[in-house]
Ligand binder design. Structure first.
Ligand SMILES: O=c1ccn([C@@H]2O[C@H](COP(=O)(O)O)[C@@H](O)[C@H]2O)c(=O)[nH]1
Length: 259
């Protein structure tokens, strides 16, 4: 794939599959035959769903929970993923800039994922080490899908703005500075009210909360967005309706997210 920017690569993939489906990969060994059975389980998930996937989103937590073997399993899975499907590593990292340099190297250089999720709570200098990576993307947590998103993210400041709007200022600053990495935002479908969406800028969104969390796609309708947004489904493909194949479930969700 020759696209220079992450958002172009993602836009091309969305156009190619005709859907905004992001297939979430959160293996639960206790439901998948134990740790030893996870590699084969992941091979099936990836092998059966990739033709419907605009992106894949493995979440680090599920791999870390399997210990060192989990990290090996993640690496093996990443190495075997089809090149044309962007991979968003859901790591939600946050630390001082000096340490973030090493996370950036790990994810973008060693594992060569296309994008990662970051927690913006430590401010601009904490995301800076991720900003000079041509062809890569970051998603900053803006409005997450959990109820606690109300505790900080959807609080109003004295000037009437919401806290999540300050998160978007970080991305705007990176853009003004002409940084190479594309900046997008995580906006949970379960909290994507009109009040929220009216204030979300036209940058790539990663939208979790569909399926197991009960988010309603109707809330996204009628928005004039040009950014390559993707909507994530994890358990709704990997751990629901087990009488259906992963391919069938991915196809159904992809249809609901058709462009
Ligand atoms: O606000 C957020 C941010 C990330 N997630 C992650 O997305 C998936 C959702 O899984 P489902 O099984 O489809 O509910 C999971 O990895 C979460 O950690 C999120 O849900 N909300």
């Amino acid at each position: 794939m020759s696209a220079t920017h992450y958002r172009e690569k993602l836009a091309q993939r969305i156009a190619a599959v005709g859907s905004r489906l992001c297939v979430g990969i959160d293996p639960r060994p206790e439901l998948s035959g134990g740790v030893d059975a996870v590699p084969e389980f992941l091979k099936r998930v990836v092998g059966e769903t990739w033709e419907y996937a605009a992106a894949f989103k493995p979440n680090m937590a599920y791999f870390e929970a399997m210990g060192l073997r989990g990290i090996e399993i993640l690496q093996e899975m990443l190495a075997g993923m089809p090149d044309e499907v962007p991979v968003i590593l859901d790591a939600k990292r946050s630390d001082i800039g000096e340490t973030q340099k090493y996370y950036a190297k790990s994810y973008f250089e060693n594992w060569n994922v296309d994008a990662v999720t970051l927690n913006p709570f430590l401010g601009y200098d904490s995301i800076e080490p991720f900003l000079d990576w041509e062809g890569k993307g970051i998603y900053l947590l803006a409005v997450t899908s959990n109820p606690g998103s109300q505790d900080f993210q959807r609080q109003k400041l004295a000037d009437g703005r919401f806290v999540f709007e300050l998160v978007q200022e970080l991305g705007k600053r990176a853009c003004q500075e002409g940084r190479a990495t594309d900046v997008g935002y995580v906006v949970g479908l379960t909290n994507a009210s009109e009040e929220v969406l009216d204030r979300i800028i036209d940058s790539p969104l990663l939208i979790p909360g569909l399926g197991a969390q009960g988010g309603d796609l109707a809330s996204l309708q009628g928005r004039n967005r040009t950014a390559p947004d993707v909507v994530n489904v994890s358990r709704g493909i990997t751990y629901k309706d087990m009488d259906k194949s992963f391919a069938e479930k991915a196809k159904e969700w992809a249809g609901q997210l058709a462009v």
